[in-house]
Design a protein around this ligand. Structure first.
Ligand code: NAD
Ligand code: UD1
Length: 336
């Protein structure tokens, strides 16, 4: 059975991907320093799948630990989620972001090379498209970033390209996620923000459950259908199966590949609030405020490349995403 190392496997997307991999019959090894997650997510993965995984608590910058993992386990490929991801925080503490995301990935790649494990799937982000010139955004659109978090993603994409060009025995896939939301259908696993959420969906569910007074809608003067920002929300379990498809494709891949993982559909802030109100069964209060600095009007994926080459297409619609997020929020009002 193939053994896959999941960095950041206790986190939001990583934990859902662990479920998809275990269910597909892979052996899973997780490394996570728990800086933005709890070990409880691993218990939930095991409950949902009825399978166990191997966990190493530690930092991907700890070379000795990584070497031990590669010595102990026959790792076939790595799915690399570990990293810091809050845009606002990255502006305040850029060194920590470069250190964690860039230096951490370099250490991981060095150890992978040392142990001749040369297959990696990397978590990139639609943030590398900056303020896109066209929507839906194809993978070959112009790239630009405006904050340290985004820069770490773009730097790492470039580092991985350089690595591939230097040694084409590497098999590398860059996955650019659009806006992941939703939770596992069991209601046992979901996004567990440590503080007040920055992202829209967890904010909406916390207002819906009464933990926050109202949603702050950041701007209603964008050139969009109702003036509020439009995004491509994608169910986290669709993202998880996207990783599975990418992993299966990696084997036969002849070059470094980049795929958007999105649904190809854009929804506005007000549409999402409306959809969640229907799921919850009561109106959810909101107030329109100023635009949030750095936000863009519209961003949604051209998702045809992943469909054509990976045979992967998002299955869940926006109502499924709201319903599953809400189930998780009700079960775990304070997260893990
Ligand atoms: P998350 O914070 O829930 O998960 C990241 C995990 O990595 C956490 O469990 C954290 O404890 C761990 N981690 C962080 N630094 C580490 C280190 N140095 N060593 C070991 N473990 C470390 O985030 P997520 O939403 O699951 O995102 C996963 C990846 O996907 C990230 O790289 C993120 O930048 C990227 N991404 C996320 C989104 C999103 O909206 N969630 C969008 C695009 C891209
Ligand atoms: C954010 C990150 C981006 C990351 C993406 C997915 C920023 C500037 N960008 O994008 O790098 O790839 O998450 O994780 O943080 N909104 C509100 N009220 C809120 C929160 C958000 O109205 O309380 C609006 C925003 O203006 C936006 C939409 O909701 O139009 C989605 O926001 P959010 O969930 O934060 O994601 P992005 O800004 O797309």
């Amino acid at each position: 059975m193939k053994k896959i190392l999941i960095t950041g496997g206790c986190g939001y997307i990583g934990s859902h991907t662990c479920i998809a991999l275990l269910e597909a019959g892979y052996d899973v090894v997780v490394i996570d320093n728990l800086i933005n997650s709890r070990k409880k997510s691993l218990e939930a993965i095991e409950t949902v799948t009825g399978k166990s995984l191997t966990f190493y608590q530690g930092d991907i910058r700890d070379k000795e630990l990584l070497e031990n993992i590669f010595k102990q386990e026959q790792i076939e490929a790595v799915i690399h989620f570990a990293g810091l991801k809050a845009v606002g925080e990255s502006v305040e503490i850029p060194l920590e972001y470069y250190q964690n995301n860039v230096a951490g990935t370099l250490t991981l790649l060095e150890v992978m090379r040392q142990y001749n494990c040369k297959k990696i799937i990397f978590s990139s982000s639609a943030t590398v498209y900056g303020d896109p010139e066209i929507n839906p955004i194809p993978e070959d659109a112009k790239l630009s970033v405006t904050n340290p978090y985004g820069r770490t993603k773009l730097m790492l994409e470039n580092i991985l390209r350089d690595l591939y060009h230097s040694d084409q025995t590497w098999k590398i896939t860059l996955l650019r996620y659009f806006n992941p939301i939703g939770a596992h259908q069991s209601g046992l696993l979901g996004e567990s923000p440590q503080d007040i959420p920055n992202n829209l969906l967890p904010y909406i569910t916390q207002v819906a459950i009464g933990q926050l007074p109202y949603i702050r809608v950041f701007g209603q003067d964008y050139p969009t259908k109702d003036g509020t920002g439009v995004r491509d929300y994608i169910h986290v379990m669709d993202l998880a199966t996207g990783h599975l498809a990418a992993l299966e494709h990696l084997e036969n891949q002849q070059s470094l590949e980049v795929y958007n993982l999105g649904t190809g559909q854009g929804y506005s802030v007000l549409e999402l609030i409306q959809m969640m109100s229907e799921v919850v069964g009561h109106p959810i209060p909101y107030k329109v405020l100023e635009r949030r600095p750095g936000d863009i009007a519209t961003c949604f994926a051209n998702a045809t490349k992943a469909e054509q080459e990976l045979g992967w297409k998002a299955q869940f619609d926006i109502k499924d995403m709201c319903r599953d997020s809400w189930r998780w929020q009700q079960n775990y009002p304070k997260g893990f």
